[in-house]
Each structure stands twice: as structure tokens, then as C-alpha cells.
Ligand binder design. Structure first.
Ligand code: ZN
Ligand code: ZN
Length: 411
């Protein structure tokens, strides 16, 4: 089980390396009530780091599930204005946001998908005007994860609750580089340098497109936007603070040209979406758009995702991660995107990150669209990396450079 020393180190890491709260800044922590012990340490460490105000936005998975069971579709779609105001207040004050996540994969299994869809659409619509604050890295934000019994049970169905949680703790702490006697902050600085190195090399290559191929049947060409920027690891917020949006993170990611993806991609891990687990799925693209798709499990949820809005049938992100990544090497399927996406090459349906094109964070929506960026109210990653993944980078003049061989970076 996690020691108090490790828990505090993790809290300090989340506050200093994750959101990197600045002197006098407002920090908003969102967490489930079951994680109060960790949150209490985050609050302390945030004030020690100089935070001006710390507010905690508590939620409860149990209550959320009850709401889905008992509320009508209309009631679920009626999102109180004060929730919007609360978020806007914090953003207007230049606050930073830490999300502590411990959700149970597949929590909403069995709930009417129309209800889930309606609630999600209502929330996306309402919060849309506030989305750019984090999408454009105007303010710092970060997501960290804690184990929960529901999550542990899904990942380790054969272990007792206690053993499962202990094993999940072990995997999480390894992934975020916290051990009993190390300096996690120094390790993160070193790790970020490595991630930045690949971004630098990929930016220098300035590929026109990437071609992915493996034995499972993936044969996909993803064109990148002109003047694209590979990013990954830490980011810089509008106030100059360097922060890590995802802990863990292993990815280098870029912006696909909205109408430039063609071919077929076979997913290699189940996707946790709207409380369900979509599994065994294939997508086919033509000129950027998903024109055909199929899932062995939860086809309806995949349909909801692809048809969520106009932009959710186009790509907003392509990310490269070596198959030999520390997270993948745990051999654990986490059923959680924060971990699984960092174990595998992935694509995202939906909105693109403006930072992935030169000058993008300063562009208007029209200019971004002109540059080839996809827009959507959603952004959902799915994994397709494999041990035999071959990636060829195609240059403007048609020449090629091998980027991945047998699942790993070779540039
Ligand atoms: Zn990603
Ligand atoms: Zn993503």
C-alpha cells in the first residue's frame, strides 16, 4: 500500500510539476469525495508553494450514478448556471485547475445511452465558451490519478479489493515516477527533456504525412497541417508557468489536417467512453472523415462518439508513443485513457489543439479552420499502437523517413 511519504510526494508533484501553481494564484481542485486524504495534502502543498486561494470542487461517483438512474433526460440536461459561473469566475481570475481522477471504468454500463448523450451534449454546449482556457493553455491545468476500488476491480478482477488497490497504486506511482526515496521533480525534469527531444526531431523533419501500418490491418495515412508543431510533455501557460497537463505523459502529438486522413485503423485497446467500454473497433477514413466503423462491443457508444457532432467524425490529434514505454511495460490494461493513451500510439476524434500549429493559440476559429484544424465539442483519444507498428514519415518531395520500426521510435 502507498506510504504517507509517497502520498505527500505525489501531492507535491501534482501541485508543483502538474499545475505549477504560482504565487498568489487561485487553484481549483476537482476530486471525488473518496480521495479527500490526498486532496488535503494537495491543499497544504499548494499553500506551501504560494497559492493565494485553493477551492475544492467535490463530486461523488455514487451520486452521479444515482442521478443517471433516477433523473429524467430533461433533468440531466438542465445544467445549473452557477456551475458555469463558478468555472468562469476561476478562469477570469487566472486560476489553475487540478483534476484528481479515480473513476470506475464502465460505471454507466446499463444506463440508457440517450440519457448519457443528452447530459454530455448539454454540458459540452454550456461549457464550450470556457474550453479554450485549457485547450489553448491560457492557464495551467493538470490531471493526476488515484486508485479506487471500482477501478482496481476492473483492472485486477481476480485479486481481492485490497490487493488490487495496492497493485494499482504500485503501477500509478511507477508511471508518475514517485518512489520512496527518489526526487520525482528532478526525474520529471529529465523525462521532459527526452520528450522534448523527439518533438524537436519531428519538427525538423517537417513531414507532410505519416503512414501507419501493422499486421492487425491498420493501413492509414495521416496528413499533418502545414506549419505544424509537435508537442508533448510540459507546456507553457499564458502567465509563463511551465506545467504538465497529464501525469503520466509519454506522448509526442501533432495536428492532422482535417481532410487529409485516409485508410483504415484498428484499435488495440478498449476505449472508455461515456461510462462504457468500446472494444474491438475499426474506423475507416476517407478525406479525413470516418466513413465506416464497427465495434465488437458497445457499437452504440461508438456511434454516439462518431456522430456526436460534425467534428467528431474527423481527427484532432495524432500521437506517437514507443511500444516499449514504461506504462505499456507494466503489461496492465488500465481501462483509463490517461494511462492507456500513454502506453500506445493514439488518435483523437474531435477538436484539435491550437498549439499544434505555429501561432495557433493566437488564431481565431476561422484562421484555425483555414489552417486545417478540426473543431468539435469533444476530443476523445483511442489507442492503436502495436508491437509491430511501422511508421513512415512522408516529406513534401515524396521521400520517406522511417519513424517507427517494430513499434518503437527509430529517429
Ligand atoms: Zn494525446
Ligand atoms: Zn488527446
Amino acid at each position: 500500500m502507498v506510504s504517507e511519504n509517497q502520498l505527500r510526494k505525489y501531492a507535491k508533484l501534482a501541485v508543483k510539476m502538474g499545475v505549477n501553481v504560482q504565487k498568489g494564484q487561485l487553484l481549483v481542485i476537482s476530486a471525488d469525495v473518496r480521495d479527500h486524504e490526498f486532496v488535503a495534502l494537495c491543499v497544504e502543498e499548494a499553500y506551501k508553494a504560494g497559492a493565494g486561494q485553493v477551492y475544492v470542487n467535490w463530486s461523488s461517483e455514487h451520486d452521479a450514478l444515482c442521478n443517471y438512474q433516477y433523473m429524467t433526460k430533461e433533468a440531466l440536461s438542465d445544467i445549473p448556471q452557477w456551475k458555469y459561473d463558478q468555472r468562469k469566475y476561476a478562469q477570469d481570475k487566472g486560476g489553475c485547475f487540478l483534476n484528481v481522477m479515480s473513476s470506475t471504468p464502465g460505471l454507466l454500463k446499463g444506463i440508457d445511452s440517450e440519457k448519457i448523450m443528452a447530459a454530455q451534449l448539454a454540458a459540452s454546449k454550456m461549457f464550450m465558451p470556457l474550453q479554450s482556457y485549457t485547450m489553448n493553455n491560457e492557464g495551467q491545468w493538470s490531471i493526476v490519478a488515484l486508485p479506487s476500488s471500482g477501478w482496481a476491480k476492473k483492472v485486477f478482477p481476480d485479486l481481492s479489493e485490497e490487493e488490487g488497490i495496492a497493485k494499482l497504486w504500485e503501477a500509478i506511482l511507477m508511471s508518475v515516477r514517485v518512489s520512496e526515496d527518489n526526487d520525482p521533480i528532478a526525474e520529471w525534469e529529465h523525462h521532459n527533456e527526452q520528450v522534448l527531444h523527439y518533438s524537436k526531431v519531428l519538427n525538423e523533419q517537417n513531414f507532410k504525412a505519416l503512414h501507419f501500418k501493422n499486421k492487425l490491418g491498420t493501413d492509414l495515412t495521416v496528413e499533418l497541417v502545414k506549419n505544424h508543431v509537435w508537442a508533448g510533455g510540459c507546456e507553457k501557460a499564458g502567465n509563463g508557468a511551465i506545467f504538465n497537463p497529464n501525469m503520466p505523459t509519454e506522448e509526442n502529438f501533432c495536428m492532422p489536417a482535417k481532410y487529409g486522413t485516409n485508410g483504415r485503423v484498428v484499435a488495440t485497446k478498449p476505449l472508455s467512453y461515456q461510462g462504457t467500454l468500446i472494444d474491438g473497433f475499426v474506423l475507416e477514413f476517407k478525406d479525413g472523415k470516418v466513413v465506416n466503423y464497427h465495434a465488437e462491443k458497445e457499437m452504440q457508444a461508438l456511434k454516439n462518439l462518431v456522430e456526436f457532432d460534425e467534428g467528431s467524425s474527423y481527427l484532432g490529434e495524432v500521437a506517437l508513443i514507443s511500444y516499449d514505454s514504461p506504462i505499456n511495460n507494466t503489461g496492465i490494461l488500465f481501462y483509463n485513457t490517461l494511462f492507456d493513451e500513454n502506453a500506445s500510439c493514439h488518435l483523437a476524434l474531435g477538436r484539435a489543439y491550437p498549439m499544434n500549429v505555429k501561432g495557433g493559440t493566437e488564431m481565431t476559429e476561422e484562421q484555425l479552420k483555414e489552417a486545417g484544424a478540426n473543431f468539435s465539442m469533444t476530443h476523445v483519444d483511442f489507442m492503436f499502437g502495436s508491437s509491430d507498428m511501422h511508421v513512415e514519415g512522408i516529406k513534401e518531395d515524396g521521400s520517406t523517413v522511417t519513424v517507427f520500426e517494430a513499434g518503437n521510435f527509430v529517429i
